[in-house]
Design a protein around this ligand. Structure first.
Ligand SMILES: Nc1ncnc2c1ncn2[C@@H]1O[C@H](COP(=O)(O)OP(=O)(O)OP(=O)(O)O)[C@@H](O)[C@H]1O
Ligand SMILES: [Mg+2]
Length: 266
């Protein structure tokens, strides 16, 4: 008998409005273990909001979100991180006084527990040392070693993006959700990010990436989901995007492409 693998993430009929602005409506999709999914769509189509809903930074109005088969849509953000669902932010902001290495190490508390690190026990000191070693390895991988001891707020926009990825990886996520990871990052480093994500994926990490850079999407993603004004209008391979009428209409048509049901009912 073949084992059936459950989807890692299931988003079911999710809706979200801010006041009268209906930002997401009836959004459903799932992510299978091992995928690298690109989440695309014009500015304001609801991509970051969707990440915020899945990771507990905003509350859904309707629908369900399941991670590894369990409901997470009523959990606070820190409990979702504890379940190994990590994320980065489109516009990362860093604590003013903490150094880069301290920020990276603080992200490990998601795994080791907030209170252990405060107790000063031998176990806590050992956990702290492990976190330091892991943080240093990741800072090296993302070329942040030269700024390791600077205040994190002093980093450039691109470096803050990279530190955001380091922090998310400190939590050892099984699902990593990245919001525009290469925006503002130098092209050379962009290739390093591509390679790092592909290596993490080979090691078993599932990844969802919000991205506008189509080269990046084609290089990295196994599948794309396209949002237009809060509706999913396509789920296809990256090489199918340019010939998908609903995707073209979303980007060029200045309006939401008709959903299948709307077409049928027209
Ligand atoms: N906290 C909020 N309060 C009110 N409106 C919000 C809030 N967050 C998002 N919105 C609105 O939701 C809509 C979608 O925004 P969102 O940031 O999700 O778009 P996006 O697809 O990530 O766009 P971009 O590609 O520009 O990052 C926008 O109209 C935005 O103004
Ligand atoms: Mg966004």
């Amino acid at each position: 008998m073949t084992a059936v693998t459950a989807p890692l993430l299931q988003v079911r009929s999710v809706a979200k409005a801010f006041g009268g602005n209906r930002v997401l409506e009836d959004v459903s999709f799932q992510v299978e273990p091992g995928e690298i999914v690109g989440l695309l769509g014009p500015n304001g189509s609801g991509k970051s909001t969707l990440l915020n809903l899945v990771t507990g930074f905003e509350r859904i109005d309707q629908g369900e979100v399941l991670f590894e088969g369990g409901r997470i849509d009523r959990l606070p953000a820190h409990r979702i991180v504890d379940r190994a669902l990590g994320r980065t932010f489109q516009l990362p902001s860093m604590p003013t006084k903490m150094s880069v290495i301290e920020v990276a190490m603080a992200a490990a508390t998601a795994r080791h527990g907030f209170f252990d690190t405060l107790l000063g026990t031998r176990a806590a000191r050992e956990a702290e040392e492990r976190a330091r070693v892991e943080a240093d390895a990741l800072l090296k991988e993302f070329l942040l070693t030269p700024v390791r001891d600077l205040p994190s707020s002093a980093l450039s926009g691109g470096q803050k993006k990279l530190l955001g990825i380091v922090c998310a990886l400190m939590g050892k996520p099984r699902l990593l959700m990245l919001d525009e990871p290469t925006a503002g990052v130098h092209p050379n480093l962009r290739n390093d990010i591509v390679q790092a994500l592909q290596r993490l994926n080979r090691q078993g990490m599932t990844i969802v990436i919000v991205e506008h850079d189509m080269h990046f999407i084609r290089e990295v993603c196994t599948r794309c989901i396209v949002l237009d004004r809060g509706h999913i209008v396509a789920s296809c391979r990256p090489d199918e995007l340019s010939s998908n009428e609903r995707v073209l209409q979303a980007y060029l048509g200045g309006g939401r492409a008709a959903t299948e049901s709307e077409k049928v009912n027209a």
